[in-house]
Design a binder for this molecule. Structure first.
Ligand code: AMP
Ligand code: GLY
Length: 423
C-alpha cells in the first residue's frame, strides 16, 4: 500500500521510520519531510498551512493511508477533505480537532463532562481578566485560546503580571489571533504526564505513557519550548493508574465528543498534571506528541499500519499494540537561541558515529540535506533517541550519541529522565 505522512518534524521522522518496518507498506511518501526523512521516504513539497496544497499532494499520491503529524492541517480539515475523496486518513475531523484548537472549547467540554481539570475563566477583554483575577491566587496560568505552537502559555507569578500578559495577548502582538480570547487557570503542581490513546470514535487503546520536558533549561528552568526531550518506561504509571486514566479521562472524552456529534478518531493526547488531588487535564492535543512519539514508537513492537487502520475503520481494541518492556528516551538537540530567535544553515557533523551507538536512532527534526551533508533548518534540530533494557542504559546511550554530534550553537538538556531515575 501507499502511505503518506504529513509534517516535517522529529515526530514525522519517527512515524516514517516505524511505518517503513511494516511489510504492508510498499511505498512511503512524506510531505514536506526534512533532510533525514528524505533518506527513508519520498519527500514531496507542500504548504501545510494551505488545504488546497495538501489536497494537491493527495491527488498526486492517491494514498491508501495518510497520517497527519501536526495539528494545523487537522484543524484545517485535512481528514474531512481526504475522506470525502476516498483517501483513508488517520486523525480527527476539523470539528473534533477543536479539542486542541480551542482551549476554551476544551475547558468547557471538560466541565460539561465532569472530567478533572483546573478551575478556569474565559476572558475576551482586559476588563474581564481583571474581574476574573479576583477569584484566583497567584501564580496564575494565562493561555491563549488558539493554536500558538507552544508559545501561548505563560505562568504569571503575580496577578499584575497575569493582567499584563493577557493584555499583550489581546493586542495580537504576542501570538496573533490565537490570543484574542484568553483562558485563566489555577496553577497546578505535580509531575506532568503525556497519556496518549488511540481512538476509533467509541473505544480507546492506550499507548505507553511518556514524559516530556517542556522547559528549555536543565532543572525545568527557562521558557517553554515545543519539548526538549522525553522518555517512556514500563513504570511511569502502573496498570491501575493506566486503567483509571482510560476510564475517567480518555473514555469520557471520546464518549462526550460522540454524544456532541463530533466523534473523535485518531490519537487523543491527554496532557496531565498528576496532582495531590489526582490527575487533572492540562490540555488536549489531537495528534501524536513531539517529542513523545519518538520514545513511544521505539517501544512499539506491533505493526503501526494495523493500529491506524483500526482507528479509521472503527475497530480499535486494547490488543492493537504490543509493547517492549524496554525503556526509551529522546534528547532534543536544538539550535543556539531556541526557543527564541536562532540561525539556520549550520553544518551537522558526527551523525553516522552517533547512529552507530548501540540502540540509538537519530530522528531528524529541523534539518535539510545538501550534497550529501546535513544542515540545521529549524529550532529543534535532532531527536537523539535510544532504547535499552532499563532507563539508565537508554539515557547513557542517548547522551553518548549526543556527544558525537556537533553543529554551531548546538544545545540540549543534560537531565532528560533524570528525575525518573532518582525515584
Ligand atoms: P498546555 O499547552 O496547556 O499544555 O500548556 C503548556 C505547559 O504549560 C504545560 O505542559 C505545563 O507545563 C504548563 N501548564 C499549563 N497549564 C498549567 C496549569 N494549570 N498549571 C501548571 N502548569 C500548567
Ligand atoms: N510535546 C508536546 C506536544 O507535542 O505538544
Amino acid at each position: 500500500m501507499k502511505v503518506l505522512v504529513l509534517g516535517n518534524g522529529g515526530r514525522e521522522h519517527a512515524l516514517v521510520w516505524k511505518l517503513r518496518q511494516s511489510p504492508r507498506v510498499a511505498k512511503l511518501y512524506c510531505a514536506p519531510g526534512n533532510g533525514g526523512i528524505a533518506d527513508e521516504a519520498e519527500c514531496l513539497p507542500v504548504d501545510l498551512k494551505n488545504l488546497d496544497s495538501i489536497v494537491a499532494v493527495g491527488a498526486q499520491v492517491r494514498p491508501d493511508l495518510t497520517v497527519v503529524g501536526p495539528e494545523l492541517p487537522l484543524t484545517l480539515g485535512v481528514v474531512d477533505e481526504f475522506s470525502r475523496r476516498g483517501w483513508p486518513a488517520f486523525g480527527p475531523t476539523k470539528a473534533a480537532a477543536q479539542l486542541e484548537a480551542s482551549k476554551s472549547f476544551a475547558k468547557e467540554f471538560l466541565q460539561r463532562h465532569r472530567i478533572p481539570t483546573a478551575p478556569y475563566a474565559i476572558c475576551d477583554s482586559v476588563e474581564e481578566v481583571r474581574a476574573a483575577l479576583a477569584h484566583f491566587h497567584a501564580p496564575v496560568v494565562v493561555k491563549a485560546d488558539g493554536l500558538a505552537a507552544g508559545k501561548g502559555v505563560v505562568i504569571a507569578v503575580s496577578k499584575e503580571e497575569a493582567a499584563g500578559v493577557a493584555a499583550e495577548m489581546f493586542s495580537g502582538k504576542m501570538v496573533g489571533e490565537a490570543g484574542l480570547r484568553v483562558v485563566l487557570e489555577e496553577c497546578l503542581k505535580g509531575d506532568e504526564l503525556s497519556f496518549l490513546v488511540l481512538s476509533d470514535g467509541e473505544r480507546v487503546a492506550p499507548l505507553v505513557a511518556a514524559q516530556d520536558h517542556k522547559r528549555v533549561g536543565d532543572g525545568d528552568t527557562g521558557p517553554n519550548t515545543g519539548g526538549m526531550g522525553a522518555y517512556s518506561t514500563q513504570n511511569i504509571i502502573d496498570d491501575k493508574m493506566r486503567d483509571w486514566l482510560v476510564h475517567h479521562i480518555a473514555c469520557p472524552v471520546v464518549e462526550g465528543m460522540k454524544a456532541e456529534g463530533a466523534e473523535f478518531k485518531g490519537v487523543l493526547y491527554c496532557g496531565l498534571m498528576m496532582t495531590a488531588r489526582g490527575p487533572m487535564v492540562l490540555e488536549f492535543n489531537c495528534r501524536f506528541g513531539d517529542p513523545e512519539t519518538q520514545p513511544i514508537l521505539m517501544r512499539l513492537e506491533s505493526d503501526l499500519v494495523d493500529a491506524l487502520e483500526a482507528s479509521i475503520a472503527g475497530r480499535v481494541s486494547e490488543g492493537d499494540f504490543k509493547w517492549s518492556r524496554d525503556a526509551s528516551v529522546c534528547v532534543v538537540m536544538a539550535s543556539g537561541g531556541y526557543p527564541g530567535t536562532f540561525e539556520v544553515g549550520k553544518k551537522i557533523m558526527g551523525l553516522d558515529e552517533a547512529g552507530a551507538v548501540d540502540g540509538v536512532k537519530v530522528f531528524h527534526a529541523g534539518t535539510s540535506k545538501r550534497d550529501g551533508s546535513f544542515y540545521t533548518a529549524g529550532g529543534r534540530v535532532l531527536g537523539v533517541s535510544a532504547r535499552a533494557p532499563d532507563l539508565q542504559a537508554a539515557v547513557e546511550r542517548a547522551y553518548r550519541a549526543c556527544e558525537k554530534i556537533r553543529f554551531d550553537g548546538a544545545h540540549y538538556r543534560k537531565d532528560i529522565a533524570a528525575r525518573a531515575m532518582k525515584k
